[in-house]
Design a protein around this ligand. Structure first.
Ligand SMILES: [Cu+2]
Length: 158
């Protein structure tokens, strides 16, 4: 009986040892993918929900993060002025830069026309992942549903 037990123990230890041995220190880059809207989509209305998924990274709100690699996302709307090693500024939502630990963001008040949204994975200190991990989607807002635009002379889309 004792012999059987020790054999089982050995087997378990071996299994555990193998599992640990196979797990290499993760140097694999996290992945990031925008799932909605579709690339090149036409979106009606002026509100667009952009959604994405990530893998290989622990996402934590910046205020709650306890380690550099507990990252979060930055969403750049119609701008792409992020750089490796440079902290992404806060309180710039009106200017099109958002910080979030969520997997989606509702963008409101988008003007009709083409838009480009880039999600940038960053460390807890708001500095983009090194190397950069980003996902991009472009789409076209086709205009608001109801209120018809009157006049329209001199209206500029850009
Ligand atoms: Cu941030």
């Amino acid at each position: 009986m004792r012999k059987v037990l020790s054999i089982v123990c050995c087997a378990l230890l071996l299994a555990a040892g193998t599992a640990v041995g196979q797990k290499e220190p993760s140097k694999v880059l996290p992945t990031l993918k925008i799932t909605s809207p579709d690339m090149g989509a036409n979106v009606s209305g002026e509100s667009v929900k952009v959604s994405w998924v990530s893998s290989g990274v622990k996402i934590v709100a910046a205020a709650a993060a306890k380690a550099r690699e507990e990252g979060h996302f930055h969403v750049f709307v119609d701008r792409e002025d992020f750089k490796p090693g440079v902290e992404i500024p806060r309180d710039m939502e009106k200017e099109g830069i958002y910080h979030t630990a969520a997997n989606s963001l509702e963008l409101k008040g988008l003007k009709p026309g083409a838009h480009k949204v880039i999600v940038v994975l960053s460390y807890d200190n708001h500095i983009p992942w090194d190397p950069l991990v980003t996902a991009t989607v472009t789409f076209t807002v086709t205009g608001t549903k109801a209120p018809a635009r009157t006049g329209g002379g001199g209206q500029s889309s850009y």
